[in-house]
Design a protein around this ligand. Structure first.
Ligand code: NAD
Ligand code: GLY
Length: 370
């Protein structure tokens, strides 16, 4: 039985949309699309894994609402989030004569959502799309805010566009089939919101570790909704990351470097971000922006969520090189998002990148020298 738990508006003028929350909402995709007058002809983009779980329910719902659809399946995995896979999406859209009157639905995690979103942004210079995120990470982060992208071999998400969906449908019941490791990885982004924006939420997370790891519906809904609200508030102020949206990259500069150095796939995005947050918290402490207690609490909470906090071993030079290829570098200068205690954060330019990281990651030097 479908249960609805309200919605959040992302207010962006003509590009505004709703994030709708519920249980078993997946069987209502068709009726939800009707309500926003979504194009009659559409392509459902997913991967084999997610489609096997939820594809038929979505297709039945689309048929029931009178939609004409095609299915486009992409391979499962971050290593396929690239231009080559993107081309296969365009190929099918073109071969099947999709035109500007068509729409696209992304059913899956952040990989499918980012890639399908970029396809929608660029196919025929843009067709409408809807996000149906099915991982914790996608529900609390990637499906909201309109960042779409694919990876380049030299760095994460280097090719992309800001392109907002018309609707985000969040069915928390889909998380029941998600691997525990993926649940934990998504929780890293939830912790991020607490650290950068909401101390009370961080306190609540400390009290609800077991509930979240056990997918308790009430706790999950609170965490997902609060995360989406924080993200929506930020995106409304700064859609294209000219200012405050950059705070959402807390832990990401170092995290992206881990992903890039380890080869996309070994580390889950959220795991790399967890490790990046520990590094950022240590740097914040070093610059006296934060205190020992906050630094300890951040690291401890990530540990309790069984997220990795130990940095994988590469030379500092390679880390610095990877970080400098990230999108956050402006005019050759790297800025990092650093927490001010818990519940606040800001962007700080680094004068000496290598020196800063050497000081907070002495274990790296020891391992390299040894
Ligand atoms: P993912 O999309 O690879 O999904 C993780 C795994 O779970 C995959 O194997 C997938 O097939 C499977 N899966 C998905 N839903 C499932 C379900 N309900 N049941 C069973 N299996 C399921 O990974 P992710 O963590 O969701 O997303 C990571 C991506 O998101 C990265 O590429 C990252 O760059 C991107 N991202 C984007 C933004 C943004 O703002 N656009 C923000 C954060 C992360
Ligand atoms: N995940 C960072 C952002 O959406 O801005």
């Amino acid at each position: 039985m479908t249960e609805r738990f309200g919605s959040i508006q992302v207010g962006l003028g003509g590009r505004s949309y709703q994030i709708v929350f519920g249980q078993e909402l997946i069987g209502e995709v068709g009726t939800q699309l009707k309500q926003i007058d979504f194009p009659q002809r559409l392509a459902l983009v997913s991967n084999e894994t997610v489609f096997a779980h939820y594809g038929q329910q979505v297709l039945d719902s689309l048929s029931g609402a009178g939609y004409e659809y095609s299915v486009i399946l992409v391979p499962d995995g971050e290593e396929y989030k690239n231009l080559k896979t993107l081309e296969t999406i365009y190929d099918q859209l073109i071969t099947e004569h999709f035109d500007r009157g068509a729409g696209l639905i992304a059913l899956g995690g952040g990989v499918v959502g980012d890639m399908a979103g970029y396809a929608a942004a660029t196919f025929l210079r843009g067709i409408p799309f809807v996000q149906v995120p099915t991982t914790v990470l996608a529900q609390v982060d990637s499906s909201v805010g309109g960042k779409t992208a694919v990876n380049h071999r030299l760095g994460k998400n280097l090719i992309g566009a800001f392109y907002q969906p018309e609707l985000v449908l969040i069915d928390i019941a889909t998380l029941k089939t998600l691997a525990p490791r993926e649940v934990r990885a998504g929780i890293a982004e939830i912790v991020k919101y607490g650290v950068i924006r909401d101390r009370t939420f961080f306190d609540w997370l400390e009290e609800n570790v077991d509930q979240l790891l056990n997918l308790d519906a009430e706790a999950l809904l609170h965490a997902v909704k609060r995360s989406c609200q924080i993200k929506a508030d930020i995106v409304e102020i700064d859609e294209r990351e000219g200012s405050v949206r950059a705070l959402l990259n807390y832990g990401h500069t170092f995290g992206h470097a881990i992903e890039s150095l380890c080869g996309y796939g070994d580390w889950r995005h959220g795991e790399a971000v967890a490790c990046g947050m520990v590094v950022a918290a240590r740097i914040a402490r070093k610059f006296d922006l934060s205190d020992d207690e906050s630094t300890r609490r951040i690291e401890e909470l990530l540990c309790r969520f069984q997220l990795p906090t130990e940095v994988p071993v590469f030379t500092l030079e390679r880390y610095v090189d990877a970080m400098c290829r990230d999108k956050k570098v402006r005019q050759g200068r790297l800025s990092l998002v650093l927490n001010q205690g818990i519940g606040n954060a800001d962007l700080f330019p680094l004068d000496d990148i290598e020196e800063t990281f050497r000081e907070v990651l002495p274990e790296l030097e020891v391992k390299i020298d040894g």
